[in-house]
Write a protein that binds this ligand. Structure first.
Ligand code: FES
Length: 72
């Protein structure tokens, strides 16, 4: 699904950006162009990025917990 029509940024691209370490809308705008045009996508981009970052942090915590269990 396209989030940003001005710059052709999809939800999947925002999730990839989050996996690559993007954490803020400013960083997202610089890396993908999302929100850098008319700005109509701002709210959707913010929610999508927040969800993607949250999922990344949860996955990271789970991986660390698995690693700690493997060491025990
Ligand atoms: S739709 Fe994203 S900047 Fe216009």
């Amino acid at each position: 699904m396209y989030v940003c029509m001005c710059n052709g940024v999809t939800e999947a691209a925002i999730r990839r950006a989050a996996r690559a370490g993007i954490r803020t809308l400013s960083e997202l705008a610089m890396s993908t162009g999302c929100t850098a045009g008319c700005g109509c996508c701002l709210e959707t981009a913010e929610v999508t990025l927040r969800d993607a970052v949250s999922a990344e942090l949860q996955a990271s915590r789970a991986a660390r917990a698995d690693g700690m269990l493997a060491l025990a």
